[in-house]
Design a protein around this ligand. Structure first.
Ligand code: NI
Length: 160
């Protein structure tokens, strides 16, 4: 396992749409292991493939203390409620703001071996999963608020 570089806001790759995983092979396993290690090393609670420069639909989230969830080709099937809370991102250092997210999500995904499963997440984990799935479509949490958009503009103009 190795720690990979995290790409930061202002890098155009972060805005690209990731492609579905089609091969559940050794390369995928290595990518997931490295993503987990990178996330832990950098102190994050979630990470998407694009953040290490790999445009594939994979995310890893911390589900509980020392418990990690790998989601390949994740899809949100259902959401309920909405709640505002503070968010940050490994690709957007030193900025946090409140973002509205579903209180509950039902998600379908595949594991690293290609087995499909569904799971439910609430509150903080639901937020985390939504944030990471957004990354797969090139969406960042700063896109949701005026405060975030102002922060984002600095980088898009190259002043960051
Ligand atoms: Ni993020």
């Amino acid at each position: 396992m190795s720690v990979r570089n995290i790409i930061k806001i202002g890098n155009a790759t972060l805005r690209k749409k990731s492609k579905p995983v089609t091969s559940f092979d050794e390369e995928l396993a290595t990518l997931l292991d490295d993503m987990k290690k990178t996330m832990i090393e950098k102190g994050g609670v979630g990470i998407a493939g694009v953040q290490v420069g790999v445009l594939r639909r994979v995310i890893v989230v911390e589900a509980d203390e020392n418990e990690y969830l790998e989601l390949v080709n994740p899809e949100i099937l259902k959401t309920k409620g909405s709640v505002k809370d503070s968010e940050g991102c490994l690709s957007i250092p030193d900025f946090y703001c409140d973002v509205k997210r579903p209180k509950y999500v039902l998600v379908k995904a595949f594991d690293r071996k290609g087995k499909e499963f569904t799971f439910e997440a609430k509150d903080y984990l639901a937020r985390c999963v939504c944030h990471e799935i957004d990354h797969l479509d090139g969406v960042l949490f700063v896109d949701y608020t005026d405060e975030g958009k102002r922060y984002r503009e600095k980088f898009e103009r190259g002043e960051g």
